[in-house]
Design a protein around this ligand. Structure first.
Ligand code: CMC
Length: 428
């Protein structure tokens, strides 16, 4: 008769234990009872990089990496990208259901009316060096927002939490655009509340002397879709940072700054920037075989390739590849696309990549689109951060409301020196 339990025999003691299995997992704390004697701390699970450890139950995002499926609250990503706006998707992530017309109107109004930031933030950004990386500026300014909203510390009040979530979703594009304009030595542009979320972001990035900025609707839609594709991805590195740092019950601005810092790395949100640098380095289709050889020899990695969870084509990459051509129709073809398509083709036929199930991920084509929109490479991870903000916040809210969660605090296996007497400096 089948039973939802796992029977474990500890061969050190000969004792047998029966551990409950729930949702295909055993609780690591159930291992603690397995001891060799009264002084033994008890068995722990060792899992560097959390390769096989679920840190939470979640109802937000579902990924089947083997089949290449990504769903937000049960809706397939490609359907959301085709039919919904980024703010509809943000609402879905935060509240669990797609908004009806009046809910969407109210949400849009709330987000639009929080797009401004305190003038001191503008002055703060002015103090950065002329060539400061925009992601460094974003990490600092998101963190700095916590000093402007001390009410954000009141995590027990759902209304207060909701207000901070609106502020964060609304202000991220403003901070990102300020960082970009600072880098270019251009005056900052204040938000235009007549425009859509993505249209206003384009306005704050690109408006020059015209009295009213009118976004290109194809580019505006493409940016909105890119934000949707980046909006959540369950327990990735930056989301784990958001949850982990947030578990100390710090305010959400500080937790989001930590998430942004995690996203900055080249193995995470920095990969779109790294993918373009790689395509530039390859330089021509005829240099691809040599680059593939170097990747197989472990000298380089194909940036924008491979994923911890997807062992199939990343469903986001499929949507982005199509989107890239729509944008190129408007602004002209990015010459790097030919290298990207050929690199993908050769890699997908090569045994090394086939055996390791390495496919293009979301970052492989997204940088090409951003570059064609006229954006410099170092702002790419900032765009990822804007898209990911509602996901981070939905995951944070879920963590706050989860009675099983406590301050995150992994264990370690100590393999260092045993106790020894202090040696005075003169004897060393
Ligand atoms: N190019 C060449 N070989 C690779 C690559 C790559 N991009 N990715 C993995 N491998 C190889 C790796 O060398 C290893 O081979 P072996 O078994 O012979 O040692 C094998 O594939 C497994 O790699 P891993 O490093 O153990 O896999 P991981 O799950 O720890 O890493 C990853 C996932 C995304 C960090 C990695 O694939 C990578 O570095 N990719 C390039 C960076 C990138 O595109 N990151 C964006 C991820 S998607 C956006 C996001 O969610 O942030």
């Amino acid at each position: 008769m089948s039973k939802d339990t796992l029977t474990v025999t500890d061969n050190r003691t000969g004792k047998t234990y029966e551990l409950p299995i729930e949702h295909g997992t055993v609780r690591a704390m159930d291992l603690r009872q397995i001891k060799t004697g009264a002084d033994d701390f008890g068995l722990m699970a060792y899992d560097p990089a959390f390769m096989n450890t679920a840190s939470t139950k979640s109802s937000i995002t579902f990924i089947d990496g083997d089949k290449g499926i990504l769903e937000y609250r049960g809706y397939p990503i490609d359907e959301l990208a085709e039919h919904a706006s980024f703010l509809e998707v943000s609402y879905l992530l935060l509240f669990g259901e797609l908004p009806n017309r009046s809910q969407l109107h109210e949400f849009q109004h709330a987000i639009t009316h929080h797009t401004m930031v305190h003038e001191n933030i503008r002055e703060f950004i002015d103090a950065f060096r002329y060539d400061a990386h925009p992601m460094g500026i974003l990490v600092s300014t998101v963190g700095a927002l916590s000093t402007f909203y001390p009410d954000a510390k009141n995590l027990d009040d759902a209304e207060v939490r909701r207000l901070q979530m609106n502020r964060l979703i609304a202000k991220m594009p403003t901070l990102a655009a300020y960082a970009y304009r600072h880098r270019r030595g251009l005056p900052i542009i204040y938000p235009d509340n007549d425009l859509s979320y993505s249209g206003n972001f384009l306005n704050m990035l690109f408006k020059m002397t015209e009295t009213k900025y009118t976004p290109n609707p194809v580019i505006e839609k493409a940016l909105d879709v890119l934000f949707i594709l980046h909006a959540d991805h369950e327990q990735n590195c930056s989301t784990s940072a958001m949850r982990g740092v947030g578990s100390s019950r710090v305010d959400p601005f500080s937790a989001t700054a930590a998430a942004c810092a995690a996203l900055y790395g080249p193995l995470h949100g920095g990969a779109n920037e790294a993918a373009i640098r790689m395509l530039n380095e390859i330089g021509s289709v005829r240099n691809i075989p040599d680059y593939i050889r170097r990747a197989k020899a472990g000298e380089v990695r194909l940036m924008g390739f491979g994923h911890r969870v997807y062992k199939n084509y990343d469903p986001r990459a499929k949507v982005i590849k199509k989107l890239a051509y729509q944008v190129f129709d408007q602004v002209g073809k990015n010459p790097l696309i030919d290298i990207a398509v050929e690199l993908e083709k050769i890699a997908l036929e090569d045994d090394y990549f086939v055996q390791r199930k390495l496919y293009p991920n979301v970052d492989f084509y997204s940088g090409l689109i951003y570059q064609s929109m006229g954006l410099p490479m170092d702002i790419f991870p900032v765009l990822f951060a804007i898209g990911r903000t509602p996901g981070w916040l939905a995951q944070w809210e879920e963590m706050i409301n989860d009675n099983e969660q406590k301050i995150a605090r992994p264990r370690q296996i100590y393999l260092g020196e045993g106790r020894r007497p202090f040696v005075p400096l003169s004897d060393r």
